[in-house]
Design a protein around this ligand. Sequence first.
Ligand SMILES: NC(=O)c1ccc[n+]([C@@H]2O[C@H](COP(=O)([O-])OP(=O)(O)OC[C@H]3O[C@@H](n4cnc5c(N)ncnc54)[C@H](OP(=O)(O)O)[C@@H]3O)[C@@H](O)[C@H]2O)c1
Length: 244
Amino acid sequence: MQDWQSKLQGKVVAIAGGTGGIGSTLARKLAPAGVQLVLAARRADRLAALAQELSAIGPTPLVIPTDITDGAQATHFLQQAIAQFGQVDCLVNAAGAGILKQFNKLTEADFDRMLAVNLKGSFHTCQAAIEVMKDRKVGHICNVIGILGKHSMPMGAAYCASKFAVAGMSKCMADEARRYGIKVTLFYFGGIDSPFWDEVSLKVDRSKMLSTETAADAILFAMAAEPQAIPMEINIQPESHLFF
Ligand SMILES: NC(=O)c1ccc[n+]([C@@H]2O[C@H](COP(=O)([O-])OP(=O)(O)OC[C@H]3O[C@@H](n4cnc5c(N)ncnc54)[C@H](OP(=O)(O)O)[C@@H]3O)[C@@H](O)[C@H]2O)c1
C-alpha cells in the first residue's frame, strides 16, 4: 500500500461532480484504498453505473443525485453523508461546466448558467460541508477551479467571471475555515482532457492537454498532506496548450 493510501484509508470523501472526468478518475483511485466515497452529480444513471464499478474495487459508494445549483439539494448531499457515515473528512468540488464564446455572442442565459453552476454551486456545497465539518474541527475542501480562475482567455468571459469569483470566494472562505481546523485547497489546472470539452464549441487540441490522472494525483497529494500542512494552491499547466 502506498503512503497516501494508508493515510486516506477509512476516510469519508464527498465528490461533487463524482461522475465527471476529474471526479471519476479520483474516485477510481480512492476506492481501492478503502476510502468511503459519497458521489453527487445530476444524472442518476451515471452515478449508479459508477457505483457498481467502484463496488468491485472498494467500499460501496453512497450516490446522491444532486443539482448543486439548488442549495437544498447540496445540503442534502452532505447531510446524507453524515447520516450514513457520521463524518465527512473531505469535500472535492469537481462539478462544473464551460461555455466558451466570443464576448459579444454571450447571452444572459449563458452568463447566468456559468454563475449558477460554477460559482453558486460551489458556494452551496462549501457552505454545507463547513456546516458538517466545523464541530469536529477537522476537514478539507478541495476546490477544482482551473487556471481560468486567475488568467484570462479569449472566449472565456462568462466562464472566467465564474471562476475568478469562485477563487475569491474560496480564499475568503479558507481564512474563516482555518478557525474550525478545515483546510481549503485551490487547484488551478490548465486544460484537462475530459468530457468537459465535448460540449465546448471552441476548437482545441485535446492531445496537448493534461490527463485526468494528473489532476486526480494532485488532489490526492493535497488530501494526504500531513495534518499541519495546508496546500493552499496547486497550479499545473500543460507544457503546450495550443488553441487553433
Ligand atoms: N477539463 C478541464 O480542462 C478543466 C480544467 C480546469 C478546471 N476544470 C474544472 O474542473 C471541474 C470538473 O471538470 P471535468 O473536466 O471533470 O468536467 P466533466 O468531465 O464535464 O464533469 C463535470 C461533472 O460535473 C457534474 N455537474 C455538472 N453540472 C452539475 C450540477 N448542476 N450539479 C451537480 N453536478 C453537476 C457532471 O455530472 P452531471 O452532468 O450528471 O450533473 C459531471 O459529473 C469543473 O468545475 C471545471 O470547470 C476543468
